[in-house]
Write a protein that binds this ligand. Structure first.
Ligand SMILES: Cc1cc2nc3c(=O)[nH]c(=O)nc-3n(C[C@H](O)[C@H](O)[C@H](O)COP(=O)(O)OP(=O)(O)OC[C@H]3O[C@@H](n4cnc5c(N)ncnc54)[C@H](O)[C@@H]3O)c2cc1C
Length: 465
């Protein structure tokens, strides 16, 4: 058996793991990274990147279809669009491939050794990796678990055949005529919306009484409206029961307790993600767990000295940029730098139509934390750039502490607001006050102008409403 020794071993090359390894390499740490599938993890291969590529395809298709139907308010007409979904998927796969190669190049540049295979802990300092050329033993002073997450499967609706996960949905080469989405969280709605734009008849089945349960009704309102306009049926308070006897649909229990069958060519199950720890040999360690997730402290340390965990395997918020920030921090900790998790906010985005972005506290969360609040909201209906983009739905909302005027949270819903997350995140991280935001000149005409206007509204003197 081949023996490798190193200072830092990273298990899993998703955004958490590969960033950790690159930063460690930059800091001169002798680093090995083990990956059982493809570099880049869920995010790059079956998550963030491919989903945004397919959302883009759907948006372009919808715009062309609108023009073909003569439905644009500015008189654009075009021929009936046709989409070769196979080619779209190949284009998406090409982007993924380029990014895979990019991650490999960055790891090599940082002098990180890449080992392909599945890692399993033998003890707190030793991992055995099953590689194509046989098992390799890796001894490390510090080990980072960055094994990520996988889609939750429903026992009564297992993946296979017509029942697909987000990964399956991103690989479809034909648009299903009827798509039932089980789960109205962001992954289900992002993909459901994309397929609706591509022509599928989409039904969303959500057990709770609202879609996107993590966001308030003001934020989700424009999404519900748009789903209706796209012909998406959203069944709230409805539970999936299992496939129909013929396998041509989904049996559900509706909110009023009645059983109903929804015909479906594909059933997309997006009911959450679970940590990937199976086969990792956790039974050979003594870690504290948070349910099925690995419990960590503010330095991403686990209950065992020298073992860290980052990213989705440590629970919510399961976001690529959180995993990356944790990975970077842990590399610096292993290098002996004084670091701890001191982030004030992590932006969360739904790439729905329109998009939602939220950083810091929502009004309800801030109220629960006993803050006296000043809240300012500015509608895109009063923003020139939103109008010229034909995207007036939505708003920017700023939540601040009364008295100190410290901004506690910022939310927005609207077309293209994902790009505002940079400004929102910076404001929260820098401890901005309402006056700081109101006093920053924002270029005209941009969607970003709604941000100081919302701050000014909270201060009682918005200019454009
Ligand atoms: C459809 C979809 C859309 C998404 N969109 C977004 C988005 O827009 N923005 C966002 O921030 N997040 C998004 N996410 C979530 C994002 O993908 C995850 O938060 C992110 O990938 C987590 O990174 P990670 O490094 O913790 O784990 P992962 O990316 O899951 O990577 C873990 C890696 O570890 C490897 N591994 C596991 N076990 C072993 C082992 N024993 N040995 C060796 N290797 C192992 C796996 O093969 C995998 O490559 C999306 C997810 C999905 C599914």
């Amino acid at each position: 058996m081949t023996e490798i020794t190193c200072k830092l071993l990273v298990i899993g090359a998703g955004p958490g793991g590969y960033v950790c390894a690159i930063r460690a390499g930059q800091l001169g740490i002798d680093t090995v990274i083990v990956e059982s599938t493809k570099l880049g993890g869920s995010c790059l291969n079956v998550g963030c990147i491919p989903s945004k590529a397919m959302i883009h395809v759907a948006e372009e298709f919808e715009k062309a279809a609108e023009a073909a139907a003569g439905k644009t308010p500015f008189g654009l007409t075009a021929a009936e669009p046709k989409l070769d979904l196979k080619q779209a998927v190949a284009w998406k796969d090409g982007i993924v491939q380029r990014l895979n190669n990019g991650v490999a190049g960055l790891l090599r540049k940082a002098k990180v050794k890449i080992v392909h295979g599945k890692a399993r802990f033998r003890d707190g300092k030793t991992v055995v990796v099953e590689t194509e050329t046989g098992p390799k033993t890796i001894q490390a002073e510090a080990i980072v678990i960055a094994t990520g997450s996988a889609p939750v499967e429903l026992s009564f609706l297992p993946f296979g055949g017509n029942v697909i996960s987000s990964t399956g949905a991103l690989a479809l080469t034909e648009v299903p005529k009827r798509l039932v989405v089980v789960g109205g969280g962001y992954i289900g709605l992002e993909l459901g919306t994309a397929f609706a734009k591509l022509g599928a008849k989409v039904t969303v089945v959500e057990a709770q009484d609202k879609i996107l349960p993590l966001y308030d009704a003001e934020l989700t309102g424009p999404i519900s409206k748009r789903l209706t306009a796209l012909g998406v049926e959203v069944l709230l308070g409805a539970k999936a029961l299992g496939p129909t006897p013929k396998g041509d649909g989904l049996r559900i229990e509706t909110a009023d307790g009645k059983e109903r069958s929804l015909p479906a060519d594909k059933i997309l199950v997006t009911v959450g993600r679970k940590p990937v720890t199976d086969g990792l040999g956790l039974e050979n360690l003594v870690l504290d767990m948070d349910g099925r997730f690995i419990r960590i402290g503010e330095r991403c340390e686990t209950a065992m000295r020298g073992i860290y965990a980052i990213g989705d395997v440590t629970g919510e918020p399961m976001l690529a940029h959180r995993a990356m920030a944790q990975g970077e921090m842990v590399a610096e900790i292993v290098a002996g730098l004084p670091r701890a998790w001191d982030k004030r906010g992590i932006a969360a985005i739904c790439f729905t139509d329109p998009e939602i972005v939220s950083v810091g506290l929502s009004p309800d969360e801030a109220k629960r934390a006993d803050h006296e609040l000043k809240i300012g909201q500015f509608p895109f209906a009063a923003n020139g750039r939103a109008m010229t983009r034909h995207g007036e739905a939505g708003f920017v909302r700023v939540v601040a502490q009364a008295g100190s005027e410290l901004v506690l949270g910022i939310q927005a819903v609207g077309q293209g607001v994902s790009e505002l997350s940079a400004a929102f995140g910076l404001a929260i991280e820098m401890g901005a006050t309402l006056q700081d935001i109101a006093g920053t000149i924002h270029a005209h005409p941009t969607l970003g102008e709604a941000f100081p206007e919302a701050a000014m509204k909270a201060l009682g003197h918005a200019l454009h409403i």
